[in-house]
Design a protein around this ligand. Structure first.
Ligand code: ADP
Length: 515
């Protein structure tokens, strides 16, 4: 295992700087989850991959994460450090530490914030379907502890990049309490919104809990309709704001998608950028994926995918039928993902025996129940696996013919991208990142060939129409193959997105210096 060496990394960075080969930045990314250490959703994919892509472009990158119980089960194992610090919380002091490790590719320094009472427990944000009641305390602590770790490890960042509500309060602490420490005050802050719906809203008791000044309990700062709003805090204090697709960046400025923060985002429109997520193309690659039954590429996908489909049908006990398309959906069982449209439409369509459907997801109980009942009704056409299983997700992406994402909103969405990489045609609603990453035949041009089916209206008729188009397309092999090749040939790597983030970082630094 590569051992982290701060000194070597730092001197290497300075060398590059002096030679002027690379305009080096010292970047610290702070997140509540990142692959491979902890994951509940797309944030973890971004926080795992973006730091490595930035480091590969020559920058000095540190990722700061909580050390959850699940984190310690993942290698490479972090190395304990001697540093301790105190975080003022609710009138007392909470002691923390941090251990250090490196990312799987060895290019990113990772600091794991240690506080066993807060993080050494089963679950990341919740247990048995209920959020931990001390989540505000946990993430107030984490945000301030991250600043302490930056100081103690002498990281001197140019950029601190925070993500979602969990770290929204970090820039507040940074500016209000650490403004007189030059190596911290120097840092510009960028905040990324991965999902507007989760804002971290809590009662005003959070003000004394976080030892925050009462004057910040104001609509121009942290207050939001009588509550504290962690996401809003970050949006007010960050120099630049990003979200995970250009369409979502526009949508969240409207009342329908802004969840009450749209006026603030309209106010900050000039500082708000949409950058579509990349994909870890080492992990998601049908040519090499160790989790799938057969490997394939743009030339061999017909045979490769047929073999994967057969293997999945066998594994899930579905009839081995090459003659009907296999549809799939992977993700949280949540209204956001369009389940209130999908369940009635699927129920009606499955009766016609025109396709098989595989669902992999965990989430709301009533959707699980509905899927169980539907599976009982159509045992030859539907398999619903209510687990969180990354391995099965890979197998499904390789095996499926069509992938359903009828989301009501979708900041970026990853599975429609994984689908294209694996030659699975996505059927998506025109919203957020889905609109930015899937091209319908109607919108296709010579330079931007069609890669999927896109429908506009979030109603059952819209979804039904889209599924029918998808099935018709599947039966038309030349059109289907052209679409598959277009999707598989696209460059979905993180490098492109990382370059866009660097531009935002540069503008944040300039805004902080000149603003
Ligand atoms: P969101 O962040 O809204 O949940 P995304 O599509 O952006 O949705 O990312 C979800 C990520 O989590 C994807 O990598 C997806 O494959 C994965 N995922 C979601 N549910 C499951 C599951 N039950 N098993 C395996 N992977 C899952």
């Amino acid at each position: 295992m590569a051992k982290l060496d701060f000194v070597t990394l730092r001197s290497l960075s300075r060398l590059f700087d002096r030679q002027g080969e690379i305009s080096l930045m010292r970047i610290v990314i702070v997140a509540s989850e990142a692959v491979p250490w902890a994951k509940t959703g797309g944030l973890a994919d971004v926080a795992g991959a973006l730091p490595e892509a930035l480091a590969e472009l020559g920058h000095d990158v540190t990722l700061i994460l909580p050390k959850y119980r699940v984190t310690t089960r993942v290698s490479p194992h972090p190395v304990a450090t001697r540093w301790r610090y105190q975080v003022p919380l609710g009138g007392g002091q909470v002691e923390g530490g941090f251990s250090q490790g490196v990312s799987p590719h060895g290019s990113v320094r990772v600091l794991f914030i240690e506080q066993p009472q807060f993080f050494d427990r089963e679950g990341i944000y919740s247990a048995h379907g209920a959020d931990f009641p001390d989540n505000p305390a946990r993430f107030l602590f984490f945000s301030r502890a991250a600043i302490e770790a930056i100081r103690l490890a002498d990281l001197r960042p140019d950029i601190i990049h925070v993500n979602d509500w969990h770290t929204g309060i970090l820039p507040v602490y940074l500016r209000e309490f650490y403004g007189n420490i030059p190596e911290l005050a120097h840092a510009a802050v960028v905040m990324t919104i991965h999902n507007m719906a989760y804002q971290g809203r809590y009662g005003q008791w959070v003000v004394p809990l976080g030892e925050l000044p009462w004057q910040l309990f104001d609509w121009r700062a942290l207050e939001f309709y009588g509550q504290i709003n962690f996401l809003k805090a970050g949006l007010v204090y960050a120099q630049k704001i990003t979200t995970v697709s250009p369409t979502y960046a526009r949508e969240i400025q409207t009342p329908d998608y802004g969840h009450g923060l749209d006026p603030l985002l309209r106010h900050r429109e000039a500082d708000l950028h949409g950058i579509v997520n990349g994909v870890d193309t080492v992990v998601w690659n049908p040519r090499t994926d160790p989790q799938i039954a057969h490997h394939y590429d743009t030339k061999s996908f017909s045979e490769g995918k047929s073999a994967c489909k057969l293997a999945l049908q066998k594994e899930l006990g579905l009839p081995e039928r090459p003659d009907v398309p296999l549809l799939a959906q992977i993700g949280r069982l949540d209204p956001q993902k369009g389940w209130d449209l999908l369940l009635p439409v699927a129920s009606e369509a499955l009766a016609r025996d025109a396709f098989q459907l595989v669902v992999l997801g965990t989430g709301q109980w009533h959707y699980q129940e509905a899927l169980t009942n539907l599976e009982k009704k159509f045992p030859k056409n539907l398999r619903a696996v209510m687990q969180f299983s990354p391995g099965l997700a890979h197998q499904i992406e390789a095996a499926a013919d069509l992938f359903l994402m009828p989301s009501l909103y979708e900041p970026c969405g990853l599975n429609q991208i994984y689908s294209q990489i694996y030659g699975t045609i996505p059927i998506v609603r025109r919203t957020g990142g889905l609109a930015d990453t899937v091209i319908d035949p109607v919108d296709a041009t010579a330079k931007k060939p069609a890669t999927g089916i896109v429908f506009d209206h979030a109603d059952q008729a819209g979804l039904k129409w889209a599924i029918e188009r998808g099935i018709k397309l599947w039966h038309d092999k030349p059109s289907r193959d052209a679409m598959i090749v277009a999707g598989m040939s696209h460059d979905w790597s993180w490098r492109r997105s990382a370059v866009d983030y660097l531009k935002v970082y540069e503008s944040a630094m300039s805004a902080w210096v000149h603003g």
